[in-house]
Design a binder for this molecule. Sequence first.
Ligand code: SF4
Length: 253
Amino acid sequence: MEPLEPSPAAPPMHDVARIEPRAASNALARRLRPLEGKEAGTLMVHEVYKSIQGESTFAGLPCVFVRLTACHLRCVYCDTAHAFKHGRAMALDAVLDEVEKLGGGLVELTGGEPLLQDEAHPLMAALADRGWTVLLETSGGVATDRVDPRVRIILDVKTPASGEVDANVWPNLDRLKPTDEVKFVLGDRPDFDWAVDVIRRHGLAARCPILMGAVFGRVDPTELAGWILESGLPIRLQVQLHKILWDPKARGV
Ligand code: SF4
């Protein structure tokens, strides 16, 4: 990836939405520190595991997850903070071998924010070369312009209640393909109204599937179902399957 040391004059990563004053840049530097010193050609991997895909139109299917370390954002509802710091540096082939051992097939690259590591791109291409279906779950806070077109992007749009709305890289919405998906995680009713406005202004309903989920414990999914029905929009209600199937705090599921 690009240099990790930020400076107010030169943002540390291309295409990250926010260009912040010094205090924020220091916070960003701390968040990217787990990637410092990583050798080119390797990936800092938090975990590789097989579970049930839970948050896309592929929900319910067995899926191999490659969770990469570090995220430049801090959403208030984040349930993968364990991936912010810890990981092991792995060569691309080693990651591919682990995915192969778990059966390949449907593979999701997630995080953290997987696009913070340049090596995510050759990894996704190599996974697609093997004929596997590749999903990329990304925060929407990094440009998706270099993502292999065979990859199905699940693009988060950060809402005001997430605390990271300013991080959205809005041109990502223009790049959405019919095989991609856009996802809103809502923290309250104003988030829903904001999301509907984004959907209408960007014509998302005609572009790709739209997913909506509720922050666990903050919005009642039944209430969200009612809002979706009232809106008349083709929004797919998402429930966080792994939090229903397993302990909400469990990892690697
Ligand atoms: S983008 Fe994802 S991993 Fe990063 S803080 Fe937000 S929810 Fe957590």
